[in-house]
Design a protein around this ligand. Structure first.
Ligand SMILES: [Zn+2]
Length: 330
């Protein structure tokens, strides 16, 4: 039996574009209302765009400062601060998290899942430390016993080196090996020039590992730049997650195609590294991250996961979970 979350009114989360302007047309007669409505929509649209752009610039600046200071602040202090902020934020986002109203609408021309399947479930794991690396095999075994196969995303130039034998063991057993950022330092998108240089290295690892998927560190992203990567899919976005450093969600529980523009748009910087790519598939994660649920929000049970999973299944969407294996217990 599927259960559904109770939703409150549709609202924009703090820090993800601001509150839509509420222009009142009360007191106007019908004729003037007909004139006023398009104008009101225009104003609302402009305010939203302005708020989004301001908010996005604010988050970029904040993230730059945060990731520059991060190496000098102990992990426990960072987590304590983030926990406090997350607890405070949670009080205001009940209408848009863990479910964003409207995200259950399938995209245009959605063909449905292959073979008439009702919905999709995708398990992904980001391996972020030596400890995490040492736990890969036990997680692999656990999933195999339960009949699942998942994707393990490794950091190519982080605090550990992933042994070729482990990668081969995973793929031989039907698991997938993906790329998680390059250095996982929060600086991948600091500048276009640096990103291009790092993209060349990421593509080298993708070839060596036979990887076809990518996820950036901390879900920081620039979907236009990701065309530089020689991968089939990216999984650095989410439907709704106001707790993330770059909190703008995609508001869909379905995969979508990110076409490589033909360069006509003056706002798009063409891919210099991978210019022949037609585009890639974007897979937003749609179940909250384990770190958010159990470390920041101190949830004691996976109930939020189970309820949202039911809701996604009911709407025929994609349930994608992204766990960070720093937190797996042995
Ligand atoms: Zn990560």
């Amino acid at each position: 039996m599927l259960s559904v979350f109770t939703l409150t009114e549709n609202e924009t989360p703090p820090g993800t574009g601001g509150t839509p302007a509420r222009a009142s047309t009360s007191g106007l007669n019908n004729a003037s209302t007909r004139v006023a409505q398009p104008f009101t929509r225009l104003i609302r649209g402009s305010v939203r765009r302005l708020a989004r752009s301001t908010s996005s610039r604010y988050h970029m600046l904040r993230n730059r400062i945060y990731y520059a200071l991060k190496p000098f602040v102990p992990h426990a202090i960072r987590t304590a601060i983030r926990r406090k902020l997350a607890m405070r934020l949670r009080k205001h986002i009940g209408g848009v998290w863990p479910i964003m109203p409207g995200s259950e609408d399938p995209p245009q021309n959605w063909p449905g899942w292959p073979d008439g399947k009702q919905f999709a479930l995708i398990l992904t794991h980001d391996v972020e430390s030596k400890t995490g690396l040492s736990r890969c095999r036990s997680l692999m075994q656990l999933e195999q016993d339960l009949g699942f196969r998942s994707s393990f995303n490794f950091i190519p130039e982080g605090s550990y080196r992933v042994p070729a034998e482990l990668r081969e063991e995973l793929t031989a057993s039907g698991f997938e090996v993906g790329i998680h950022d390059l250095k996982h330092d929060g600086r991948l998108f600091f500048s276009r020039r640096k990103f291009k240089r790092r993209a060349v290295r990421i593509n080298g690892y993708a070839r060596e590992w036979g990887a076809s998927g990518f996820r950036s560190g901390f879900m920081l992203r620039n979907l236009d730049w990701l065309h530089d990567l020689d991968v089939q899919y990216d999984a650095s976005t989410f439907d709704t997650d106001p707790f993330e450093p770059q909190p703008q969600g995609r508001h869909t529980i379905f995969p979508f195609w990110v076409p490589n523009p033909n360069g006509d748009s003056i706002t798009y910087q063409r891919s210099a590294v991978n210019p022949s790519s037609k585009g890639y598939v974007e897979l937003p994660y749609t179940l909250p991250q384990d770190f958010t649920l159990f470390v920041l929000l101190q949830e004691k049970t996976p109930e939020i996961w189970m309820r949202k999973l039911d809701w996604i299944a009911q709407h025929g969407g994609m349930a994608l979970v992204a766990t960070i294996n720093r937190f797996w217990s042995t």
